[in-house]
Design a protein around this ligand. Structure first.
Ligand code: 5CA
Length: 160
């Protein structure tokens, strides 16, 4: 049995509770950026589901945008969906609200339940990969599973 580092283990425990058979894989090499993650698993950068954290300005709520690694996120489009202005979260906010550090933020298992928006471009793939708690850990899933496990709403959020 492989031993996962503590943050990756926490994500595996969440996935075990979801019980769809997802397995966290820790790589020797970095998966900290979408490109590095794609290189490590041997997929295209578009198939990396990157987790971006924003802060809703009025409410202070965390907003999780799960975007294709190939795309930049249009903050105005996300704000329109959320119903209030949003701003990029700083590393301390990310740590506090998710329980994970930037570069390893997973789509599930956050300390505080975020509003979740999913980039519709991810839905075109059979298989995608998401971060799993550390800058070396990822897991494979389907876009449908991403939607169901996060309760997220898919939308057009790509910056033109
Ligand atoms: N493990 C990889 C692939 S799944 C990963 O987590 N990539 S990521 O793109 O989802 O996470 C890194 C993201 O964190 C960057 O895209 C960027 O939006 C954000 N980020 C990086 N540095 C900062 C920073 N200083 N403040 C706020 N956000 C940051």
């Amino acid at each position: 049995m492989t031993t996962l580092s503590p943050s990756a283990r926490r994500v595996q425990d969440v996935l075990d509770a979801i019980a769809l058979g997802h397995r966290v894989v820790e790589h020797e090499r970095s998966t900290r950026t979408s490109q590095e993650a794609a290189d490590a698993v041997g997929c295209t950068v578009g198939q990396i589901a990157k987790s971006l954290i924003f802060r809703a300005r009025a409410s202070g709520r965390p907003v999780l945008v799960i975007a294709s690694g190939a795309n930049r996120v249009d903050e105005k489009a996300v704000a329109a969906l959320v119903g209030e202005k949003i701003e990029r979260a700083d590393p301390e906010f990310v740590r506090a609200k998710t329980g994970f550090a930037i570069g390893g933020v997973p789509p599930v298992g956050h300390a505080e339940a975020p509003l979740v928006v999913i980039d519709e471009d991810l839905l075109a793939f059979d298989t995608i990969w998401a971060a799993a708690g550390t800058p070396n850990a990822v897991f494979r899933l389907s876009p449908d599973q991403l939607v169901s496990m996060t309760g997220g709403r898919s939308a057009a959020v790509k910056k033109a």
